[in-house]
Structure formats: structure tokens, C-alpha cells
Design a protein around this ligand. Sequence first.
Ligand code: PHE
Length: 469
Amino acid sequence: MAQNREQWGSRIGFILAAAGSAVGLGNIWKFPYTTGANGGGAFLLIYLFFVVLIGFSVMLGEFALGRKTSLAAAGAFKAVGKSYTFIGVLGVLSAFLIMGFYPVVGGWAVAYIFKSVSGLLAAPDMIGGVFDGFVTASVEPLIWTAVFLIMNMVIVGKGVAGGIETAGKFLMPILFIILIVIAGYGFTLPNAIEGVKFLFIPDFSKVTGGTFLAALGQAFFSLSLGMGAMVTYGSYLGKDTKLASNAAIVTTLDTLVAVLAGLAMFPAMFSFGMEPAAGPGLVFVVVPQVFSHFGPALGPVFSALFFIALTVAALTSSVSLLEVAASYFIDEKGMKRTTSVILVSAVMAVLSVLSSLSLGVMSEFKILGAGVFDVLDLLTDKIYLSLGGALLCFVLGWVMKKEDLKAEISNQGTMPFALFEFWYFIIKFIAPIAILIVAYFGITSAPQMGLMIAGIAIMVLLGIFSRKL
Ligand code: PHE
């Protein structure tokens, strides 16, 4: 199977596809509201610390594992040892779970492109009510979710170089330009500096154990780590590509876009005296309200551009999630790409319907205290990704041979990686220990502790039955 494997067409194509996976709703939708709720600058500082120390190292580790084995998530772990297959399968499970809510929010983004230009901004006081009415409705959001999922199926159905890479190359530059234009305009508004201060000046009084878990979970989610996406993308890499510099570029791009999204929102928000901690509705409520102040001509244009950017970001990420799940059935079960994409998307569609309805008609239905949407988000963002990352570190640092990793990362010694020893030390000791400490305190202090424990139990069961997978 491995010899006919698809490959990326070019280095820049790979970088943009991997950056496309990383840059997504995590950066533009989640990052600003999580930062807002966790004290602004203090959260950013902790987040950056995790990104530099752990995020970069884990990403490099994922690329290395993927390229070394030339197999997507589950197969890559299986190649290391049968008992580790479950780590890859856990990643496939995470892909399904994330794709159980991601297309819902992606669908909102698509819908808001149209709402922006069809009068949403004309009545700024109603924008909050419009959002609540929209997401709690039964039919309308589902139509947009379907639109979003179909776009994913078309791209992933076209394959790695033809679909995913082309989409990244075309869409990522558009995203950058739109965000820079919006942030630039925000700076020209009165009092914009207050928003900049909020994002960059730390206020440690808001920091708790939960802040660390939020920052770590955000780092893994935002960088697409801990569930095999980067293993899978790495598996399509040629043997002569430099892994470390690619990981550094992707990590940097992802972080830049998160900060840029903050700069596109907070300055304008503060300038109009709005609250940064507005929860998950932040980009769908506060952002259009901000744009409504730009006037009837500019406002709708900026707003539509913003939601195009959000859609683009979401799409290049969700294709990587779909690819992780689809490639499992392609690589491991010998399924055809088209069949696999249709099958996997159907399951994701069912989950997405449930999570969309959980915000409206199904809001009474709770699993261990949380609705379907929140269950899927919490399980992945708060536990599976970071623990998946810890398990990956364990496999890299304690199961695989150090020399093999060194050979892979240095392209068989032809391109030495100067920081190899440091990277290895982080992977072997620092990252797993830090993840376990943060996860322990975060989980034991979480309001949904029962759910978290159930999630861990599922992981353990997967581990026990791993030889059957
Ligand atoms: N990184 C994506 C984002 O920030 C989400 C994602 C997570 C994609 C895990 C792939 C794997 O939105």
C-alpha cells in the first residue's frame, strides 16, 4: 500500500495545508473568547509558553512518526507496536467527535456571510437575539451545516495534492489578507489601544488551575495536535523535506493568526465599549455589532469578509479532520477514497445534527450534565487531545529508538537538527509530565468531572481492547 501512497505536490503546498489544518475555528472563534474569559494577556502568556515548549515539539514528533511509517494515524502507531494502535484509533475517534460540532459552527460562519449583507447589521441591538434565535432553530442551521460538510467532502474526495493542498494554497492567503485589513482598520478607531493592552498586558488575578488546562487544551486544539492529524499529513511528506523547520513555520503561522484574530477583534470591541468575555457567541454577536459601527456601506462588507475568513479557516481545518477519519478506512480497511469519505461524513453528519439540535429543541437532553455539543467539545478539547499528545510522547520517547527518530528528523543525517537532544528531552520527560499535571488539576477541578472521568474510561477500554483494533 505504502508505495502507491499519495504525496504533497510541493513544500509550500504542504506547509499551507498543515497551517490550514492548524488555523481554524480554534484561532478565530475559540481563541478570542477563551482569552476574554481567562484574563486576556495572562492567558496569552501561558498559551504561548505551551505552544513554544510543548506544541512545537509534539508537532515535530507527529510529522516524524507519520513520515517514518508512511501511514496515517492508526497505522503509524500500529507500525510501532500492536498495543499502541489504540492511540491512533483514539485520534480517529477524536476526529469524529470534533467533526460532530465543527461543521455546526462552520455552517454558522457560512450563514453569516449572507446574513452580513442581508440586513443583520442594520439593527445592532437585535444581533444578539438573531444569533440566539438562529442557533436554537431546528432547520436553518442544519442546512448550513450540510453546506459546510458537502464542501469538505468535495475537497477531501479529490485527494491529498489535488484537493486538500490546492484548497490550502488558494484559501490561506485570502484568510491572512482579510484579517490584516480588519485589524488595520480596528487600530484606527478611538481607544483601540485598550484592546491591545487587554491582549498583551497580563492580569494574573484571573489565573486558576483551569486557566492552565484551557491554555493547554487550546494549544493542542489550535495546532491540530494529539489526534493524528499531523501524523497523517506528515505521512504524505517526501523523504527530503525538513521536518523541524516545517513544524516551526506551521506553529508560528498558527500563533500569528490567533494573535491577529485577537487584534482584529479586541481593539474595535474596546473602542465601542463592548465586553470581551462574551462566550462562544463572541464572534457571531460582538463582531457584527462592531462592524455595524462602521456604517451602512463599509459595515456589511467588512462583516462579510470576516465571515468568509472564518469559513475559509474552518474549512481547511475540517478537511484535515475528515482526512484523519477517511484515511483510517483507506489505509487500514482498504476502502476506496470516495466510499470512505461518504461513509465517514455520514457519521459526522448525524453527530452534527444532534449537536446542533442540542442548542435548541434537544437542550433538555444531557449526558453527565452537558448537552451533545458541549460533550463533544469538552471531551476532545479538554482531555483527548492533550492525553493523546502525552501518549504520543510516551511512544516517541520510551518505545521508539532514539537513533531512529534522530535519523528521521535529520533526513538520515543529511540535515542535522541542532536542537535534537533538547527536543528529545522535552518529548521524553517535560511534555508528558506537564500534560499529566495540567490534565489532573484541570479535570479534578472541572464542573463536568463525571464526564471527564467517563471519557478517560473510554480511553482505557480502547487501550485494553487495542489488540482487536
Ligand atoms: N486546529 C483546528 C482549529 O484550530 C482544529 C483541529 C483540531 C483540526 C484537531 C484538526 C485536528 O480550529
